[in-house]
Design a protein around this ligand. Sequence first.
Ligand code: PMT
Length: 234
Amino acid sequence: PADIAAFVGQLLGGENPEKKKSLQGRRFVVTAGATIEAIDPVRFISNHSSGKMGYAIAGALAARGADVTLVSGRTALPTPAGVRRTDVLSAAEMYDAATAAFDRADGAVMCAAVADYTPDTVSETKIKKCGGEMCITLRRTRDIAAELGARKGSRLLVGFALETHDEQANAEAKLAKKNFDFIVLNSLRDAGAGFRGDTNKVTFIDRSGREELPLMPKSEVAERIADKIESLLK
Ligand code: PMT
């Protein structure tokens, strides 16, 4: 029923028929969800991202007529109507899929929660417990957003920052370092924001200032991001 409702809504252009084709002819890459980094065939390192925020963005862009490639970590969510989905597991797989899709895109929205570190080696067999402590050596993953930022040219790049402290300063540093056009800050200090839930409380930050939005459904946050993308592309 949700797919049918979304499809009919897309055909009818939702409440605002003007929005129906406003991103027609534009191509976007959206990353969403958590990456998982294998330790052995049984265990992995990951995070709490459900994919909901990224999936809402992919759906909102597709509903406006855009051609959307959703590069998705493992989630339980259905693919939004009209969206092409590439499933990945690790940060390395997400890097390959996102960089390849970005070559043909007008822009990208980097909503995934990507592992910054991965086990240096993956055991081929289940690691057995022993008496003492154990250490896993981690090495850095490649930063997908920074790579797209370095090669973006005139294309649009939107980042996210999930913070727990020094939110504004950390988000501004990521905006500059990864060459985002704007960054969407969400903080775990705000009730109803961040991982897993159906709402988020975000602040848009760009080089000219900040716009703080109230707590709202992730579907509405996605519409506001799509509005900002549209105005920047004009
Ligand atoms: O999926 P949900 O449960 O709905 O939760 C949504 C969310 C909290 C995951 C989302 O709103 C969010 O904040 N996503 C970014 C989370 C994050 O890990 O941000 P970061 O500050 O670590 O990374 C900064 C930016 O670089 C992000 O755009 C991230 O996608 C990108 N990045 C980071 C590391 C890396 N190796 N490659 C990247 O592309």
